[in-house]
Structure formats: structure tokens, C-alpha cells
Design a protein around this ligand. Structure first.
Ligand SMILES: [Zn+2]
Length: 405
């Protein structure tokens, strides 16, 4: 049944009705995709949950005194606090991300109200509130310096690693300037035109036409499977697309493997900015599918483990783990047991909510980023920029793409 749902999801992706944009009307419901009776569903759900392979809890001891050389921003798309707690209950132990000591709450609303992933990404990337569907542009549609542009202007390497299609809203907001989020071909072209050093994710269907030409001109090495991914040696910029659409569940390469390779390729004397997204947490929450959501949480936490392990050995690395918004209105019963964590916990019909999300920070300067216990999502961008400015100095704003082109 899960495999079948996966295929349905892929078809939706292929049709371009992706991620946070999916309207309720266009989503396959449980009723239309499953002939399983309610009683059977409950049994199957419990069994499948037992099969989840959570990464073991480990508390990392990262040095926070060093100046910030590298920034790794990890975003669980739609990862509200309650889905973290729900995952913890099912696992029967803390998630690795829960071992991170510096935490604040983040307000996520955009100028449109409850945010979509585009406006949220723009907030974390550019430090401004904008309208939903806008990427790297303000409310008037004018370009604002993205995090990739900011980092590149200071000589840092840059990377984006995701489990959705490469030009999806969250990664696109880190680079692109467009007042629309569904123009995937153009957004992808902007990404390779901006010479982002490492781009790993799904969405090979969009690697064509002027995107492909621009990538070839800009000397990208293109890989499509794990074996070739692991062979990349960093002599060229890296573009890896490992699925026609999204990379779900335990498909390979895992987010963790892609992240480890990205760190390997980006590590250099002048630092890097890397955004890693657990993109499909949100997609599964929109499907009101707890089992699918937990699989994506497991995959994201494993990537957090890989990143913290790397950062522990590489002082000067700031790791921020957060979410762009909550999805699903996840509500947990009091004293919930593992069997209570099921589809019934979703209360918003798969919609995003305005609930504050958690931000967890570890490593360089992680205890000095924010003065308040509750911040705006725009403060994430501001805090990263403040730290990088201290280390690398100011630089002129240079847009790497024209808006809407
Ligand atoms: Zn989102």
C-alpha cells in the first residue's frame, strides 16, 4: 500500500502539483488510494512503525567558542514541535536533534498570513517577510540578496541538498529571484546559473533545455546514482539528481549519504554555506499519513546525526536545525503511547498552520545567536549573516540572477 501511495505521490510530483502547493482537492485521499478497512489500517500502521530504523540517540559536544567558518542550515519542511515529540514517542528515545541544547521558538507567518514554503525560505534566506509563492523577492517583486549570494560574495562555497525536486520552494528561496514558485525550469536554470557548488536532490525531469546547457557551460559534473555520487572528487561543481521526482522514505541515496558527500565536497579553508532539507515531511503530513511522515522524520534525524558528527570534528561549524512552518496541526493525546501516534493526530486536514516551530542550534556561536526566546524566521537569516560578517567581513551585494528570468 505504501509503495502504491509512493507511486501516486510521484505521479503528482510529475504533474507539477508539488509539495506545499498541493490543494486539498488535488490530493489523493486515503479513501481513494486504499481499500484497506479501518481495522486493518490500524494493524498495518503499528507493524510498519515497528520497522522504522531510527538512528541511535547520541549527544554531541560541539565547541561554541570558535568564530563561524561554516554554516549548515537544516530545514525539516513542515516539522512542527509535535511531530518531533510524536517521533520520540514512537522511537522510545530522544531523536538526535533533541540532544541540541540551544533552542528558541520561531514565528513563521508571511505577509500573506500562514506561510507557504516559498515565503518561509525567502525569510530564512533573505531576512525579509514576503508574500507566499515569492522566492528571493520582496512584496513588490524586487530582488533581495539570497543566502547563497551573500555567502558567495564572501568567497564561501555553497550547497543545497534536498529530498524533493531540486527547484522546489525551499532550495529555490536560497538562490533564486522569482515572484512564482511553480516555474521549476526557470528556477533550476537560476540555480546552476548561480554556480551553487553542490546541488543534490530529486527532479531529473527538470534537467533539460537551457538548464542543462547552463550546467554544462558552468562545468557541473552530473550524477544520477549513489555509486557515481560517492565517486565525485570535487574537481568540478556537483549536480546529483537521484530520482525523476522526490526521494521518499528509504530510497537511495539517503539524505544522510547526500549530506555527508556534500560536506566532503564543500569543506575548504574559506568555509561554506550548506542548506539541507528533509523536504518530504511536509508532503506526507499533507497526505495525512503518519507512517510516511515518521519515515521522513527518521531520514531527517539520521542526516542531523551525520551533520553533528561531522561538525564535532570540524570546529567553527554552526549547525541550525529548524522548520519552515508546521504542517498538519499535529496534536498528541496526553501521555501518548506509540500506538496513539497515528493519522488521527493530524487536525488541519493537511494544511500548514501558524504554530511556532523549534530552532535548535549547535556548534560555533550557537549560544549567542538570539537575544529572545521567540524569534521571527527572518532573524535566522540575520543571525547567520551577522556571524559570517564577523568572520569574513562585509561585501557588496551582487545578484547572480535577474528577477523572473
Ligand atoms: Zn514548507
Amino acid at each position: 500500500m505504501k509503495r502504491f501511495l509512493g507511486i501516486i505521490l510521484s505521479l503528482i510530483m510529475a504533474a507539477g502539483f508539488c509539495g506545499c502547493q498541493v490543494s486539498q482537492e488535488n490530493q489523493p485521499s486515503k479513501e481513494t488510494t486504499s481499500a484497506v478497512s479501518q481495522a486493518e489500517e490500524t494493524t498495518v500502521s503499528a507493524l510498519e512503525t515497528d520497522k522504522l530504523e531510527w538512528v541511535d540517540f547520541k549527544e554531541y559536544d560541539l565547541n561554541s567558542d570558535e568564530p563561524v567558518k561554516n554554516v549548515i542550515l537544516m530545514i525539516g519542511d513542515g516539522m512542527g514541535e509535535n511531530i518531533i515529540k510524536g517521533s520520540q514517542i514512537v522511537k522510545g528515545d530522544n531523536l538526535v536533534m533533541q540532544g541540541i541544547k540551544n533552542t528558541v521558538y520561531v514565528k513563521t507567518d508571511s505577509l500573506s498570513g500562514t506561510t507557504d514554503s516559498a515565503a518561509a525560505s525567502t525569510a530564512m534566506s533573505c531576512g525579509i517577510k514576503t508574500e507566499n509563492k515569492y522566492l528571493g523577492v520582496d512584496e513588490n517583486g524586487e530582488p533581495v540578496e539570497t543566502m547563497v549570494e551573500f555567502a558567495k560574495a564572501r568567497g564561501l562555497k555553497t550547497g543545497l541538498v534536498v529530498t524533493q525536486i531540486m527547484p522546489h520552494a525551499t532550495p529555490a528561496g536560497m538562490v533564486c529571484h522569482y515572484n512564482a514558485r511553480s516555474v521549476y525550469n526557470t528556477l533550476f536554470k537560476q540555480m546552476v546559473n548561480a554556480n551553487v557548488d553542490v546541488l543534490f536532490g530529486g527532479g531529473s525531469e527538470y534537467y533539460r533545455g537551457s538548464t542543462k546547457k547552463t550546467a554544462e557551460k558552468n562545468d557541473y559534473e552530473y550524477v544520477t546514482d549513489e555509486e557515481s555520487l560517492l565517486k565525485l572528487d570535487g574537481t568540478k561543481k556537483a549536480l546529483g539528481l537521484f530520482s525523476y521526482a522526490g526521494i521518499f522514505g528509504d530510497a537511495v541515496p539517503s539524505l544522510s549519504t547526500m549530506s555527508e558527500k556534500a560536506l566532503d565536497l564543500l569543506n575548504n579553508d574559506n568555509g561554506f554555506f550548506l542548506m539541507i532539507e528533509g523536504s518530504n515531511i511536509d508532503i506526507q503530513e499533507q497526505e495525512v499519513d503518519m507512517e510516511g511522515t515518521l519515515k521522513e522524520m527518521q531520514s531527517f534525524d539520521k542526516a542531523v546525526n551525520s551533520v553533528l558528527s561531522w561538525a564535532e570534528k570540524n570546529p567553527g561549524t554552526l549547525v541550525i536545525v529548524t522548520a519552515d512552518h508546521e504542517t498538519g496541526g499535529v496534536t498528541l493525546p496526553e501521555n501518548a503511547k506509540p500506538e496513539d501516534i497515528n493519522d488521527n493526530c493530524f487536525t488541519s486536514g493537511g494544511e500548514h498552520t501558524s504554530t511556532n516551530v523549534l530552532l535548535m542550534a549547535a556548534g560555533a556561536q550557537s549560544d549567542k545567536l538570539f537575544a529572545e526566546n521567540t524569534i521571527e524566521n527572518t532573524d535566522i537569516s540575520k543571525a547567520i549573516r551577522e556571524q559570517l560578517n564577523k568572520t569574513y567581513g562585509q561585501a557588496e551585494v551582487k545578484f547572480l540572477n535577474e528577477k523572473n528570468v
